[in-house]
Unconditional design. Structure first.
Length: 258
């Protein structure tokens, strides 16, 4: 059940070397230019340095993305510019946002989160809605399907009261009959999760706990050793988003997920 890689430490040095080898092939033609006193040569030198600077920036972005990816089934989503994202959700300019990709293990399930800050469907304007999205990954052929592990979400209290933080937590058990948890045929399945994750009224009343410096944190965990509970202590509405065909006017950011 995808337990073989649980608890493994990610070799960041190895990841860096692999990325650099993929970026710089043996036929790479970008080299530092020789210095010259002629105007034309200086112009060429400037162009070459600009190309090198662009390549280095691209490499840094690739490394940052790879090293920030979670491979242990626990993922913390740092959401910047949260106030503007809330306004976009309220106006319908962008109803939902996607997290970066994370994995259950280095050779495990590929996933991301989808968040409706102003709610989805019949809970629009009353609750936040949060969904897990199973994505097509390199190791799907050797994983167990359907995906059947318990998933928990947590909106994290950032206040300094370490012993009395009011995290908002909820969990769900996958509906293994749903297409959402079958082996993906396309780049990603439909999302599945908790429609009434948090009351917007409660969020507004306690926003100072959950939003600091215009940043909000959401944690997702995959519990590989859980047993299905006979009854949940808190009842939530689970399922898929109601607007799967909806396209935001400023473009869904899932196009940036890879």
């Amino acid at each position: 059940y995808d337990h073989s890689n649980l608890g493994q430490t990610v070799n960041k040095s190895g990841i860096q070397q692999e990325i650099l080898l993929n970026i710089f092939s043996p036929s790479c033609t970008i080299f530092l230019p020789h210095y010259s006193s002629t105007i034309n040569d200086q112009h060429c030198n400037n162009i070459n340095f600009d190309i090198i600077a662009q390549e280095l920036k691209s490499i840094q972005q690739t490394l940052d993305s790879a090293l920030s990816t979670s491979y242990c089934g626990a993922y913390i989503w740092k959401i910047n510019n949260i106030r503007q994202k809330i306004v976009d959700a309220q106006t319908g300019r962008q109803k939902s946002i996607y997290s970066s990709v994370f994995y259950s293990s280095q050779s495990g399930y590929k996933m991301c989160l989808r968040l409706y800050l102003n709610g989805d469907g019949d809970v629009r304007d009353t609750h936040m809605s949060l969904f897990l999205v199973i994505m097509r990954g390199k190791y799907d052929a050797i994983l167990y399907w359907p995906f059947s592990y318990q998933v928990s979400f947590c909106l994290m209290d950032q206040s300094p009261l370490n012993n009395n933080r009011r995290h908002i937590t909820a969990l769900f058990e996958p509906d293994i009959r749903s297409d959402c948890f079958q082996q993906p045929v396309y780049s990603m399945n439909h999302g599945y999760g908790i429609k009434d994750f948090m009351s917007l009224m409660e969020f507004e009343q306690n926003k100072s706990l959950y939003v600091i410096d215009d940043i909000m944190f959401i944690e997702a965990k995959i519990n590989f050793f859980s047993e299905r509970p006979a009854m949940s202590s808190i009842s939530h509405t689970v399922g898929s988003p109601n607007d799967e065909e909806y396209v935001d006017t400023i473009g869904e950011d899932f196009t940036n997920i890879n």
